[in-house]
Each structure stands twice: as C-alpha cells, then as structure tokens.
Design a binder for this molecule. Structure first.
Ligand code: URA
Length: 239
C-alpha cells in the first residue's frame, strides 16, 4: 500500500493532507531519511514530525468507560471517542467499540479496528463471558440465581429465552453477574423483570481479561498476550 494511503487510513488526514505532509518532509525514517509517496518502509521505522506512528492496523484498546459517555460516533452526549486520541476515530477502518456499554454503565470497554476480531468477540456463537458488578436498589428476592441460570428466562418483546447467566451474590444488594450474550440493556432488564432496579452497573471482565486498576477515563493498548487472554475463555459453539 502506498504511504499516502497507509497514513490516511491511520487517521493522519485525507490523502491530500498526507501528500502535503510528505511534500513538507514531515514523514521520515528513524535514520532521518525523508520518505516519499512510493517508498516502502516498515511501520515501526516511520516517524511523523519525529514521532512514532500510532499502532498499526489490528489495534485493540481497553478503555475504562466512565458513566455518562456513549459508544456511538455522533450523539448529544459525550462520546467515548473524546477519551481516545482523535486520530483513532479518523482511522479506516475506524477503531470501533466491541459491543456497547450503556451511557450509565461504567467499566471495561474494548475497541478495535480489526473487524474480524470484533465480529468474533461479539458473535452470539462465541459466548464470550462478560462480568458485571451490580448494585441493586432493593434486596434480592431469593430466586434470581436459579432464574438467571435456568436458560428459560424470557425478556419482554424478545422471542428467545436468555442463555444461562451466572449470579454470584455478594450481599443482598450487590452481585456479580456473568452474561454470555449482549442483548439490549440486558442486565438492567433482567433485574427489572424480578421487580428490582439496577442502581449501578460496572463491567470488570471480558473473556479472561480484567479491567484491573486502569483508572476511569483512561485507556491502554492491548498486547498479544492480552488479546490471547481476552479470547481464552471463549468457547465457540459448533457451526
Ligand atoms: N447490560 C446492561 O443493561 N447494560 C450494559 O451496558 C451492559 C449490559
């Protein structure tokens, strides 16, 4: 791929913008040689304005999403993209959320420009476990663990029962809930169906990957070991 297109795809501007950057000798190799449009060069050897490039295609980002941010590219609310380097939103393909968290949900949100990985992680057939810490408005009524685990629980206006979900009771109003699906407002609707109300919802784990001590509003790139960990506990069902 030509350097102009490569850098444009990484969000450095339109092809015309990048062409100008090349003309202005802002794109160099690490040894200082100025690069031109047709030059072939390894990603890690390219500098723009003396700075290493953003991560190559296939980047996976973990964001600690705060409450109040939405996972879309346009909205009246604050966008998760405001918490990431602006170029990530300009990349082609865009660094897109892997599934979504509601505006009022906090915690581990993954984003990637790897469409195949995104599809694999969000496919209902992958059954990737997602763990939420939930604070409830009212005491549990007592049968939630059995109901959620049953595989027969129905949500209003949904044609299929929910897959079994694991509930670990921490105390009467605090639980850890493990979902393997990503239905709309699923955790909130499950508790609403039991007459309860979710006060706060925080995702702490996706697959084998923990949010850990990443501060709220901060992000980090995943390395190959993280991505392996992420997928470690997924168990694709037979086709
Ligand atoms: N369930 C919800 O209700 N909201 C989320 O953001 C995730 C799971």
């Amino acid at each position: 791929m030509k350097l102009t297109k490569y850098l444009a795809n990484l969000g450095y501007g339109s092809r015309r913008d990048v062409g100008r950057m090349l003309d202005d000798e802002r794109v160099t190799r690490r040894d200082g040689i100025v690069l031109a449009e047709g030059d072939a060069c390894a990603h890690d050897d390219i500098l723009v304005d003396g700075e290493p490039l953003d991560p190559p295609p296939g980047a996976v980002v973990m964001l600690h999403k705060p409450i109040g941010y939405v996972c879309t590219t346009k909205d009246a609310d604050r966008l998760v993209y405001e918490l990431l380097p602006p170029r990530y939103r300009e990349r082609s393909p865009i660094v897109a959320p892997v599934g979504r968290l509601d505006r009022d949900t906090s915690g581990l949100l993954l984003l990637t420009d790897d469409g195949q990985l995104n599809h694999r992680l969000t496919s209902p057939r992958t059954h990737l476990p997602k763990v939420y810490v939930v604070q409830l408005a009212n005491d549990l009524r007592g049968d939630e663990r059995e109901l959620f685990a049953s595989g027969t629980m129905m949500l209003e206006s949904e044609p299929d029962p929910l897959a079994p979900a694991a509930l670990e009771i921490l105390d009467a109003r605090h639980v850890r809930l493990t979902l393997t699906e990503g239905r709309y407002h699923q955790a909130r609707r499950m508790f609403a169906a039991t007459g309860n109300h979710v006060e706060s919802l925080h995702r702490v784990r996706v697959g084998g990957l923990e949010l850990g001590d990443l501060p709220s509003g901060m992000w980090r790139l995943l390395d190959a070991a993280d991505v392996a960990r992420l997928q470690a506990t997924s168990s694709p069902s037979a086709p």
